[in-house]
Design a protein. Sequence first.
Length: 42
Amino acid sequence: MSASAVSLLVLGVWVGCLGLILVVLLVADWWLHRQRWHHERW
């Protein structure tokens, strides 16, 4: 594989991992807010 292909692959993996982390954080934030709302309501 050429150097550019390797760098593209590494970049793709990085972006994928960062995107996954971002999604997990967003879901966790939404879940915590939902739980808090639930506790406040009842």
